[in-house]
Write a protein that binds this ligand. Structure first.
Ligand SMILES: Nc1ncnc2c1ncn2[C@@H]1O[C@H](COP(=O)(O)OP(=O)(O)O)[C@@H](O)[C@H]1O
Ligand SMILES: [Mg+2]
Length: 752
């Protein structure tokens, strides 16, 4: 990468000598470039070795890019020695940094260091196993009187335990438990209700009961006295008390029964709280059990999850000081760092910690990123007088201990676009005063083949009056689908004009979506207009045809009598049995009262099928029979490869539309099999169950990526994936959709 001329603001961050350097600035203002440049200065001018400079990025991909940028600069500068050292340099995600700390420091402190790191999906499955075990144990160990509560709240307890476990571990708790305030004793509330009832008695014997309602209320009061002897924190008892609340119509009723009612309601609330605390105690027993089972499952496999890495690395660094040779640490996308991770950075206490980030780009809350860490650190610096006075001046501030650097120039976007963003984000509807506006560095707009046409920013709206078609399923659903279709069409039309009339290439255009659930609709709309598009990191890997066809074939090896698997394979391109053939097979099965379709295959009298179908089936039976002999031996991924070849699946996939992607998806199954076999062993049935559960638990698995950098297609991706990328034309679609609400079942405070 060629050298760029840093602005004075950027330079002040690049050259800063303070222990803490904090860069806060918007998208495209050159934050990552500052990190690269600072890295180079540290190794070139300040004599650090690459082993001494750590760099943390949010994804492995970003880490790869950072490494590549630094390497190419070092090569240009003729420092091949340093470039060669980069491979071993601590440049990576927070988790790779933590793993490195544990591996290098752990041995000396009695920790296992040859562990493997679970990815998110693997960890989710292991945790789900632990949940099942912990639940069975909880049922077995609980006293009989708790069983009803456990049955009543089974679903809730499980979600609460899982959410609490994940959330608290991400916050740094080794063994999560929830803490609950103890509700006060009910004795006082009971005696208050008793004396209210006594006073009511006195009043009634002195003045009598004025009307039927009050006579009814008084009867309730008499029952209430009996109820007091059984009042316990139990749903049925509290329910009963609710029926005893007097009717308060009119002033007289209020005067007579007001005090009784208030005391009764108070007591019920208390009993309710006590009951909930009882449930919460069970949740805690469950939570502890979950932690113990999960720890055991991990220990048996010698694996750590992401939270383990953070927790153990922090503990190590806190107890025994820094991580080996790290002297300087550079952190990109600091706004996505949570308290625990920030704790690791701070505890490392290198000679300097440089963080760069943009509060407004924090989008990883669902992964327990916590932009409050960034915000509170920035606020502390502002309070210490670091807030810039004027954005046009190259203004940075140092207090000796810290340097605060705002970057006020956007290098990425055209001036008109920067203006739109400034205007929108500084309005009270968005971030108001807190937003730090940018100035544009570019004097023009990105040029396409025929120059620049049209405005820099466009807003397109889809009408909401789309009327549902008759006889359809329900208005709301149809309307949403119709809107989506209309919007995808609108976007595709716009892209079509960009590409055919306005001089842009397909690869200049990116379509960003909040989530990729509906990405296929956009792809289809583009395809209908003859525009090639590619979904980056498309989700729903396990639902792709080639993946389900292949897993069905493998399933057939271990479960020959699975009709579902066989039918899938027969209809897949691997066999491509005709409708007629399938029908005859089904008939044969019914006629012979056979246990499965597979038996029908073997039992088929000659000339039942067309010759082509008969040949296809013969080939399948031979392949499956041969492969089945192999299914018990190690080497899952080779078995999968052989299965694909036996039925020419690799060639069939390559020949189909999107062939490279399909083949890459099928081959990804081999990678998953390798990972699985390493930890769990070579049993095919167990691997298939694992794949099935992964699909059910978390179908966010990305498809295999086969897109080359320069391929001329429109890129469709989620906003998350667009982080740090640049495109001349960006379309943000689906903005009318409301973000999904808070999905967690409980709100956690840092102390649980
Ligand atoms: N001083 C500069 N002069 C010209 N271009 C720059 C400068 N600093 C950064 N850039 C360019 O601006 C773009 C955005 O930079 P980047 O570091 O990725 O920003 P950020 O990390 O803040 O989003 C990149 O193309 C980068 O090469
Ligand atoms: Mg960046």
């Amino acid at each position: 990468m060629a050298e760029i001329r840093m602005t004075p603001q950027q330079l002040s961050a690049v050259e800063a000598t303070e222990p803490l350097v904090f860069v806060s600035a918007g998208a495209g203002s050159g934050k990552t470039s500052v990190l690269v440049e600072r890295y180079l200065r540290l190794v070139l001018e300040r004599g650090c070795s690459p082993r001494e400079v750590g760099a943390v990025t949010f994804t492995r991909k970003a880490a790869g890019e950072l490494r590549a940028r630094i390497r190419s600069r070092l090569i240009i500068l003729g420092r091949l020695d340093l470039a060669a050292e980069l491979d071993q340099a601590p440049i990576g995600t927070i988790h790779s940094l933590c793993a490195r700390i544990i591996r290098s420091e752990g041995l000396a402190h009695g920790l296992q260091t040859d562990f493997r790191v679970l990815d998110e999906s693997e960890a989710a499955i292991l945790l789900d196993d632990a949940l099942e075990r912990a639940w069975s144990r909880l049922i077995a160990d609980s006293p009989a009187e708790d069983l009803e509560t456990l049955a009543r709240y089974a679903g809730l307890l499980r979600t609460v335990a899982l959410d609490a476990f994940r959330g608290l571990r991400a916050a740094g708790h080794r063994n999560p438990v929830l803490s609950f305030p103890n509700p006060p004793d009910a004795a006082e509330a009971v005696s208050r209700l008793r004396s209210a009832l006594d006073r009511l008695d006195e009043e009634v014997s002195a003045h009598g009961l004025p009307n039927p309602t009050s006579r009814n209320n008084y009867r309730k009061a008499l029952t209430c006295r009996e109820w007091l002897s059984v009042c316990r924190p139990e749903p049925s008892v509290i329910q009963k008390a609710a029926e005893l609340v007097p009717h308060m119509s009119g002033e007289k009723a209020k005067a007579l029964f007001g005090e009784t009612k208030a005391a009764l309601v108070d007591l019920c609330r208390l009993l309710g709280e006590q009951y909930l605390v009882g449930v919460a105690r069970m949740a805690n027993i469950f939570l502890r059990g979950l932690g113990a089972e999960y720890a055991q499952l991990k220990a048996a496999r010698n694996v750590l999850d992401f939270s383990d890495l953070e927790i153990e690395a922090l503990a190590l660094v806190k107890a025994h000081g820094g991580a080996g040779q790290l002297v300087h640490l550079l952190v990109d996308e600091f706004q996505d760092t949570n308290e625990l991770q920030c704790g690791v950075f701070d505890a490392l206490a290198p000679a300097s910690l440089t963080t760069v980030g943009d509060y407004h780009q924090s989008i990883y809350g669902f992964r327990y990123a916590d932009c409050e860490v960034f915000r509170s650190r920035r606020e502390r610096l502002w309070a210490d007088g670091h807030r810039p006075q004027s954005l046009s001046a190259p203004w940075t501030a140092s207090s000796g201990a810290a340097r605060y650097v705002p970057l006020s120039v956007s290098f990425r976007s055209a001036p008109a676009l920067v203006e739109v963003v400034n205007h929108l984000f500084s309005s009270d509807a968005f971030f108001g005063e807190e937003f730090e506006p940018l100035a544009a560095a570019r004097d023009g707009r990105p040029q396409c083949r025929i120059g620049t046409v049209g405005p820099a920013a466009e807003l397109h709206a889809v009408g909401t009056e789309a009327t549902p078609s008759e006889g359809s399923e329900g208005p709301a659903k149809v309307e949403a689908a119709a809107l989506l279709g209309a919007e995808a069409g609108l976007v595709a039309d716009r892209v079509h004009r960009l590409v055919t009339q306005e001089g842009w290439r397909a690869r200049d255009v990116a379509i960003l979506l909040r989530k990729t659930t509906h990405a296929r609709d956009y792809l289809a709309a583009l395809e209908r207009r003859g525009i090639d598009a590619y979904l980056i990191g498309g989700r729903g890997y396990f639902r792709q045809d080639e993946v389900s066809d292949l897993t069905a074939l493998l399933r057939l090896l271990v479960e020959p009598h699975s009709d579902l698997a066989l039918a899938t394979v027969l209809r897949s391109p691997m066999v491509a049995l005709s409708d007629d053939g399938l029908l005859r097979l089904g008939r044969q099965r019914r006629k012979g009262r056979l246990a499965s379709l597979w038996d029908a295959l073997a039992d088929l009298p000659g000339n039942t099928l067309e010759e082509a179908d008969a040949l296809r089936i013969q080939r399948l039976v031979e392949a499956v029979t041969a492969l089945r002999l192999r299914a018990l031996h190690p080497g899952l991924s080779i078995l999968i490869e052989d299965a694909m070849q036996a039925l020419d699946l690799d060639l069939l996939l390559l020949g189909a539309p999107g062939g490279r992607r399909r083949l890459a998806n099928a081959r990804k199954l081999m990678r998953l099999a390798d990972d699985f076999e390493e930890v769990e062993g070579p049993e095919l049935a167990a691997f298939l169950d694992y794949i099935e559960r992964r699909g059910e638990l978390d179908d966010r698995e990305g498809e295999a990526n086969v897109l080359a950098e320069d391929e001329d297609v429109v890129r469709v991706m989620s906003v998350h994936q667009a982080k740090g990328l640049e495109f001349p034309v960006v379309i943000v679609a689906g903005l009318g959709e409301l973000p999904a609400g808070e999905s967690s079942s409980l709100t956690l405070t840092p102390d649980g």
